[in-house]
Structure formats: structure tokens, C-alpha cells
Design a protein around this ligand. Structure first.
Ligand code: PFF
Length: 456
């Protein structure tokens, strides 16, 4: 594609919804609650919020301006803005991270399809918490069913990617995102009203600072990057389809606020309910899949029809939230192959889909028959999650902030952030200060501390 015939998002709302669609997904509803549960609750959430505000929003503006200015895929963007330098490796690392995340993320996205099936056939009715745990464990560790769902999910992503940016990505986000918000708010209200839910609220609101260590910081930072789709060029790729009048700072704030709001709502749904029925908050990746069926059955125990309708709607919307995120990861890798290797979009997309299917199947099997094969003590699924969320994304964020803060000509930064001087930019100096000093130092310190070199 030449510079001028690149696709664009059609409207401002479309820009925000598509970017928020990438950000809001399993990271908020599945990963945020279990990371919060594993790392002690409220203190983790406060550190997470600080990471979103201090690191997330400035790095998001950075990705936006790099993408819109270069109007290229993420590796191509660095090539254009810093020709002949090693900066292109930042883009390439992002593409690799996107590919790896898409592989294991699709496994969980596939689980949501199984749960749609369970909800539609009313299989949750009349069961206890122990039954839900048993059902989930035997499903997720079985060989065939999760693999079939994962393949179907990747095919759905593939289909939308091949249809193109505006028709596929923007349209689906516009309809489904508002529906998801409304349902989450209703479910949070239901969960809080369950008997014994107070302990869950306390877990969410009362920080226990003595449990905080370097790992909690690294996990909160990783979660912020993962949830905001940062550090791997995803929002950079989306911004390459933004129009010249899109307000980058405002979009970054809107996306981050929406994303954080959904994560907190997910916490407000999961923890009150988990404490109410006696499920441990540190149950790990299975947490939402064993807690939510309880919310539906208990909160609406007198009105089974409502329990049925809400559970079907919830899993459908969860699958859609996952889909708008898998589309964005797929787009990063597809745009890269399409533009850098001159493959047709269709062929590029097929390579990505095929590759992710292969790795995704291995990840899925690593939770069942392959659970004894571990690397650094982690099965493949957990290894992919660890390497991407806790290493590659923060490292990508570190490089992006140094690139914009120190390397990139400030005239370009100013032009993009102020839309060629047409916008009043209140936070410009703060933005540059954070990108130059705060973000690189904070991310490096967290890495170094986690590696054990720093005793604070
Ligand atoms: N932000 C997505 C979520 O929270 O589910 C996951 C994700 C999408 C991560 C795109 C990274 C990415 F580039």
C-alpha cells in the first residue's frame, strides 16, 4: 500500500471504541482479577492504578504518535522514523510479543465459547461451587474440546481481519462495547448484594502493604501494559489508521479510563462473589470461570430465567471483548507481514492464523496431557504469559519511552500531540518529562529489583 491509500478509521467514536476494544478484553475480566487475587488485593490495585497513570497514558500517547506519524506497521514505523538504526528491533520484538500473546490468549478466548455452550444449555443450574471447579478443571485439561474452540476463535478473528479495518474492526466494537459495560454494571450490583460479599469488598479496598514486594510491582506493571495493549506496537499500528484530526492525548485518556473502569468492575463482580461462596481469591487463571456461574445462580436464585439470560449474555459479551482484542493483536502481525514482506493481506493473515493455531494448541495441551513438560518450572501456557506480560511488554514500554523522550525530534512529537498547533496541549511538558526520566527509571528499577540486584 502507498502512503495515501492506507485504510482509516471512519469516525472519532470509532477510533476510541476500536482502541478501547483492543484494550478491554480478557486482560481486564480474566487476568486482572486473578493477578489481584494472587498479589493480595487492594495494594496491588493501587500500584496498578499508579502504573496506568504514570506509565500507561504517556506511553500510549507515544505509541499513538509514532504510529500516526509514520503511517506504517510497528516495525516499519521505527524504520521510517529512525532509518538505518537498531530501533526497528523494538517494533520486531512487539510483533513477536503479539504473536505469542495471541497464541495463548486464544486458548482462554476459546474457553469462553465452551462457557457460552454451557450457559445456553443451562448446565450451570443447580450446581455447587465444588462442581464448577471440577467441571472447569476437567474441561481445561482435556485434549480436544479446548483445542476445537481455540481453532474456531482464531478463525473468527481471521475472518474479521481479512474483511479490513473499518468494516470489520470498527463496526463490531461500536455495537458490543456499550452492551458489555451495561451488563458488567448490573452484575457488579448483583455480586455486591450477595450474602457475605463484604469480605470481598474489603479485600478490594483495604491495602495490606506488608505483603508488597518487587514481584507485586512487576506484576502490576505487567498487568497495566497487558491491559492497555501497550509495549508491543498494537496501538501504534491502530494509530497508523487514525486521521490527522484525532486528538491523541484525549484518546489515550479515554481509552485508559474505560479500560480501568472495566477492570475495577470485573474486580467488583468477582471478589464479593468469590468470598460469598468460599472460593479462594488466589485460584489463578480459573478464577472467573469458577466464580461467575455462582454469581448467576445465587444472585438470581428466585428467578431462573434471569440467571439464564444474564449468563448467556455475559459469556457472549466476554467472547466479543476477547475478539476485539485478538483482532488487534492479529492486526499487528498481519500488517507487519503484509507491508514488510509484500505479501497480500489475505496470505499474511493466513500465516498468522496458522502459526497461532499451532502454538495455541501446544499451550492448551500444556494444561493437560503436557503438564509435565516445563521450562523454568512453568508450563508453556504460563511461560508465554510470563515472558510476554512481565518481560517483553514492559521492555517494549521502556524502549518506546526512551525513543520518544530522547531520540525522536521534538518537533514531530509536538506536531502530533498538538495536531500541528491546532490543539491546546496542557500536559506537554509533563509528558516529555515522564517519557524522558520517570518511565525509563521506574521500569528499569522494577526490573532490576525483581532480578534481585537491588535491595531497597
Ligand atoms: N489488552 C488486551 C486485554 O486486556 O485483554 C490484551 C492485549 C491486546 C494485549 C493487544 C496486548 C495487545 F497488543
Amino acid at each position: 500500500m502507498t502512503k495515501n491509500d492506507r485504510a482509516n478509521f471512519g469516525s472519532k467514536l470509532g477510533v476510541i471504541l476500536a482502541s478501547a476494544g483492543s484494550a478491554v478484553g480478557l486482560g481486564n475480566i480474566w487476568r486482572f482479577p486473578y493477578e489481584t487475587g494472587n498479589h493480595g488485593g487492594a495494594a496491588f490495585i493501587l500500584i496498578y492504578l499508579a502504573c496506568v497513570l504514570i506509565l500507561g497514558i504517556p506511553i500510549m500517547v507515544s505509541e499513538f504518535l509514532i504510529g500516526r506519524h509514520s503511517r506504517a506497521n510497528t516495525a516499519g514505523a521505527y524504520q521510517k522514523l529512525a532509518p538505518g538504526t537498531h530501533w526497528r528491533w523494538v517494533g520486531r520484538m512487539g510483533v513477536l510479543a503479539g504473536f505469542l500473546i495471541l497464541s495463548y490468549y486464544s486458548v482462554v478466548a476459546g474457553w469462553t465459547l465452551e462457557f457460552i455452550g454451557e450457559a445456553v444449555t443451562d448446565n450451570f443450574a443447580g450446581k455447587t461451587a465444588a462442581d464448577y471447579i471440577q467441571t472447569f478443571d476437567s474441561f481445561s485439561s482435556s485434549s480436544w474440546r479446548p483445542v476445537i474452540w481455540l481453532i474456531l476463535f482464531l478463525l473468527a478473528t481471521h475472518f474479521i481481519i481479512v474483511k479490513g479495518v473499518e468494516k470489520g474492526i470498527e463496526k463490531s466494537a461500536k455495537i458490543m462495547m456499550p452492551m458489555l459495560f451495561i451488563l458488567l454494571i448490573i452484575l457488579a450490583a448483583c455480586s455486591i448484594s450477595l450474602p457475605g460479599s463484604g469480605a470481598g469488598l474489603e479485600f478490594l479496598l483495604k491495602p495490606e502493604w506488608d505483603k508488597v514486594n518487587a514481584n507485586v510491582f512487576l506484576s502490576a506493571m505487567g498487568q497495566a501494559f497487558f491491559s492497555l495493549s501497550l509495549g508491543m506496537g498494537c496501538l501504534c499500528t491502530y494509530a497508523s489508521y487514525f486521521k490527522k484530526d484525532t486528538n491523541l492525548t484525549k484518546t489515550a485518556f479515554s481509552v485508559s479510563i474505560i479500560d480501568t473502569f472495566v477492570a475495577i468492575l470485573a474486580g467488583l463482580i468477582i471478589f464479593p462473589a468469590a468470598f460469598s461462596v468460599g472460593i479462594q481469591p488466589d485460584a489463578g487463571p480459573s478464577l472467573i470461570f469458577i466464580t461467575l456461574p455462582n454469581v448467576f445462580q445465587q444472585a438470581f436464585s428466585g428467578i431462573p430465567l434471569l440467571a439464564y439470560i444474564f449468563s448467556v449474555m455475559f459469556y457472549v459479551l466476554l467472547a466479543v471483548a476477547a475478539l476485539t482484542s485478538t483482532i488487534s493483536m492479529h492486526e499487528v502481525v498481519t500488517a507487519y507481514l503484509h507491508e514488510e514482506f509484500h505479501l497480500s493481506r489475505k496470505r499474511a493473515a493466513s500465516i498468522v492464523t496458522g502459526g497461532c493455531m499451532f502454538l495455541g494448541i501446544l499451550c492448551s495441551l500444556s494444561l493437560g496431557v503436557g503438564r509435565d513438560y516445563t521450562i523454568f518450572g512453568l508450563n508453556l501456557f504460563n511461560l508465554f504469559d510470563f515472558v510476554t506480560a512481565k518481560i517483553m511488554l514492559p521492555l517494549g514500554g521502556l524502549c518506546i519511552s526512551i525513543f520518544t523522550g530522547w531520540y525522536l525530534n521534538k518537533k514531530i512529537v509536538w506536531e502530533e500531540v498538538s495536531n500541528n498547533g491546532t490543539l491546546k496541549v496542557t500536559f506537554y511538558k509533563v509528558l516529555i518529562f515522564i517519557l524522558k526520566f520517570i518511565a525509563p527509571i521506574a521500569i528499569s528499577l522494577i526490573f532490576i529489583k525483581e532480578l534481585g540486584f537491588l535491595k531497597l
